[in-house]
Design a protein. Structure first.
Length: 150
């Protein structure tokens, strides 16, 4: 429906959208919009991929950026390396600093204030591009066998 609107109607649509999201319409500042755009700026600054293949991708367009924008900063972050065993089974191991060949970095974001949900991101190729592989948040990517797929 948005694509079919005139330029003036598109502007009105966007302004009405943000007005509906304003938690305190009596103030001149829309706190919801301000926080939303702050999260986008943070995501672009902190989650932009480093590999040459991904240079044109903004941090807000990555899985980590998207989760950060939608849910805010996690309450806890845990970095791990996921070792691959000879049997082909993968398992998240204890916290490890550094990296070994064949070990994939994993970062787990915990959201306790929302009810102890987690998001598991994995850097499959060692390029600093973390992809969401599993979450316990209802409606998000749920794949309890994500370890076996690696």
């Amino acid at each position: 429906a948005y694509k079919g609107l005139s330029p003036e109607a598109k502007v009105r649509f966007i302004l009405d959208f943000w007005k509906r999201k304003d938690p305190d319409p009596e103030t001149p500042l829309n706190e919801f919009a301000q926080e939303h755009f702050r999260r986008i700026a943070y995501s672009d600054a902190h989650f932009s991929p480093m590999g040459s293949r991904y240079r044109t991708k903004r941090g807000s367009d990555t899985d980590m950026g998207w989760v950060y924008i939608k849910y805010g900063p996690p309450d806890e972050v845990e970095d791990q390396l996921m070792p691959t065993t000879d049997t082909g089974q993968s398992e998240v191991g204890p916290n490890t600093i550094g990296g070994d060949l064949g070990r994939k970095p994993v970062q787990i974001w915990y959201y306790d204030t929302l009810g102890r949900y987690l998001f598991i991101f994995q850097d499959r190729y060692g390029l600093g591009v973390y992809e969401l592989v599993h979450s316990t948040m209802p409606g998000e990517r749920y794949d309890p066998q994500w370890r076996e797929r690696q």
